[in-house]
Every structure is written in C-alpha cells, then in structure tokens.
Design a protein around this ligand. Structure first.
Ligand SMILES: *Cc1c(COP(=O)(O)O)cnc(C)c1O
Length: 400
C-alpha cells in the first residue's frame, strides 16, 4: 500500500480499508460453514460505513444491528430486511416499533420486560413479531472484562431457566413468534473451547424446547471471533464450523453468525502524521495529528495496535509513546514501542483498526472526524468525506 501517495492525495489523519481483504474474510467464513444452512449477519457496530456494509451485502451478508440507525444503514446499503436482526440490551419502544414495521428477520430479546414490550407493540401493529431470545450460557470467554458478555454477572441476555419460561410464554402468545435462539459470549475470543461449550449448552436447550413444541429455526452463535493484533493466534475456521456442527447433531437449524471484528478488523489502517517529537526527563513522545477521538481503543481498553513508520530513514530506534494532541493523559495510540527517530511530517501507520476504530470516533476537542477511504482491486476511493468545521457546528449555529 502506498501510504505516502495516499497521505498526499487525502491528507491525514486517515482511515484506509482494504475491501478485497473484507471480501476474502467473508468468503472464508462462509465456506467453512457450507455443509449447513448459514447466514452471516455482519455486526455493523464494528464499522458501519455504508460502503463497507454495501460490499458485504453484495457478497450475500445480512446484518446484526443494535439500533434503529444501524437497521436503516443496513437497508440503505442494500441488505434485505429478512436478513436483518435487531440485538441490544436496551431497545426503545420506537425502535422496536420501527423495526417490526420494517419486517426484519427477528428481534433478539434480552429480558422478560422486553419480551412483554415487543408483544404489546406487535399487538398494536396487529402482527406477530418474530423473535429470538438471547441466552446467557454462563461461560467465561477469557477475554478483556469489558468485552466479555457470557457470564452471569453481565447485563446481557437471560439465564437458561428464564429462557425456557419465556419461550413457553412466547409460544402461547398470538403476537410473538419465537423462531430463533441466540448467544454471544464476548469479543476477541481466540480459543475454540468457550464457543463450543456455549453452543453445546444452548443446543441442549433447543432440544428441550423442540420437545415442548417451540419451533426454533435459527441458531445464532453470535460474533466474537478474535483476530491477530500482536501475536494472537486466530481460531481455525474449519475447526470452528465443525465444532459447532458437532454440537448440533440431530438438529435441523439455520446457523446465524454475527462477526464484526473478524471481517473488518485487519482490513483497516490509520494513517497519521508526526507533528513533533519531545522528551520529558527520560520519556520520549511522538506527537501525531491523530488522537483518541479518532481511535479510542488504546485509551478505552488499553488495546494494542501495531505501529510502523512509513519510509523510515533512521535505523536508530528507541522506546517511545505515540500520543495525540488532545488534553487528556489518556490520549495515546501506543505506549512503550521501539520506534525509529521521526521528524515533522513523518507518517505513522496504526494497524488493525478496521473494527471499532472509526465507529467509536467522536468530535472531542472540536476535532472533525477524519476521512475514510477504500482500496479495492488496487484502486482507492473516498467512502466518507473529511468533516469540516462547519459540519461540526451546524446543529448549534442555528440555535444561537
Ligand atoms: C458486538 C456484537 C457482535 C460482534 O462482535 P465481534 O467481536 O466484533 O465479532 C455480535 N453480536 C452481538 C450481539 C454484539 O453485541
């Protein structure tokens, strides 16, 4: 990738995504599951740029959405309503109503209270709402506590006994159509075991439900596949698929997957320019034009992203922190890295930022959101324009 040329053409800071990589990842995952009916519902929250969604839509992907905004993005990008699922622990009445009106595949219900709300709203619309219930299998995904979601102590889903009760309730309701079951145990998971343990537990529950004449058709195994940021080893997709199949023996279900990070994480590069270098006592800082408002993961999760210097001239490398211009000590992109001497204008690449990068960005410190570009078949194109100062103040200006 010619970062120099891209910086020249589009300026920095800049998000760059390799769309060929995204398509390959989708195809690899789909192929691994080809022995069974499956639908890959891309988790939009990882990267909800319309061009990213459209690229996956063209490959046949569905969408896992956590707000009505994401559902609208999925539809605009060309995803069929019957491939869209609506997840999330706190959906508002209006969001539920709109989602039902749009006739999406199903609403992933996360609590008894929500099940009753969905039923009431479906009744108002005089229609049966297709639902699945998110079940918490109480499995430790052994990942960062902020992104682990499958344990009793988390706010997500309901436990097995409650789930059973809710399915029976839903089966007997005129306005609820329980067609799916769902679990999602966390994110950035790099071992197969927790997935298979969870799948086994939920598959057993499905067998019990079928015996009770609850007609489950969709088995939603969530997202959470980990990627390589540093030296992690990715789960083998064939083993993943075969492992899931082995838990579903005797069950004829469509497998739903909700990958986010897996599809887009390593497609992304964040390109940023050095403003200054400085030294405080013993510490070396490389101050760049990108910041925590553009890429929050290092500050929020202490996440590691590889950093490289484009066209490095100096072979003399020492320890440095890469920091942004924001007035927060937490504003860093990398800490304690061995990096060569840089100068004003040197380009740095932050790697593996395709997921939870731009989608988590903000305007903190009145910094306009950066531009996003795609590279596909060797050709670069803009997929989100750089925000201007006028964009930032538009909604306030008219209120003065
Ligand atoms: C965030 C989320 C995903 C995607 O997680 P990844 O780790 O990016 O694959 C999938 N499903 C649900 C319900 C989520 O909340």
């Amino acid at each position: 990738m010619n970062f120099q040329a891209l910086a020249k053409k589009y300026d920095t800071p800049l998000y760059i995504y390799d769309f060929d990589y995204i398509k390959d990842r989708y195809k690899n995952l789909k192929t691994a599951f080809k022995a069974r009916k499956s639908l890959i519902c891309y988790a939009l929250k990882a990267n909800s740029n319309l061009s990213v969604i459209k690229t996956l839509a063209k490959e046949g992907a569905g969408a896992d959405c956590v707000s009505i905004g994401e559902i609208k993005r999925a539809l605009i990008a060309g995803i069929d309503p019957y491939k869209i699922i609506f997840s999330g622990v706190g959906k508002s009445d209006n969001e539920i109503k709109e989602a039902l009106k749009l006739k999406i595949l199903m609403v992933n219900v996360e609590s008894e209270a929500e099940l009753k709300r969905v039923e009431e709203i479906a009744k108002e619309l005089n229609n049966a709402a297709r639902i699945s219930i998110r079940v918490n299998p109480n499995i430790d995904a052994k990942t960062h506590p902020y992104i682990s979601t499958g344990l009793d102590e988390n706010k997500f889903g309901v436990d097995i006994e409650v789930a059973k009760k809710l399915y029976l309730y839903a089966k007997n309701s005129k306005y609820l159509d329980p067609i799916g079951i769902h679990f999602h145990i966390g994110s950035q998971i790099t071992t197969l075991k927790p997935f298979l343990e969870a799948s086994k537990i939920i598959a057993q529950l499905v067998k019990n439900l079928i015996a009770l004449e609850v007609d489950i058709k969709f088995f939603d195994i969530g997202g959470g596949l980990g990627i390589k940021y540093e030296d992690e080893k990715e789960i083998d997709l064939y083993e993943y698929a075969q492992g899931i199949f082995s838990t579903l023996k005797g069950l004829d279900l469509t497998i739903l997957l909700e990958p986010g990070r897996f599809l887009v994480g390593n497609s992304g590069y964040f390109l940023t320019k050095v403003l200054y270098e400085k030294k405080n006592s013993s510490k070396r800082f490389i101050i760049v034009d990108g910041a925590m408002n553009d890429l929050l993961r290092p500050s929020l999760y202490d996440a590691f992203h590889k950093v490289s210097v484009v066209d490095e001239e100096s072979s003399h490398s020492t320890l440095a922190d890469v920091v942004g211009p924001i007035c927060e000590s937490g504003d860093f992109l990398a800490k304690d890295r061995i990096l060569p001497k840089t100068k004003k204008g040197s380009l740095l690449v932050i790697h593996s930022v395709g997921a939870y990068g731009f989608s988590m960005s903000s305007n903190y410190n009145s910094r306009p959101k950066v531009a996003e570009i795609a590279i596909e078949d060797g050709i670069d194109r803009i997929i989100r324009k750089r925000e201007s100062f006028e964009d930032l103040i538009r909604l306030e200006e008219e209120c003065l």
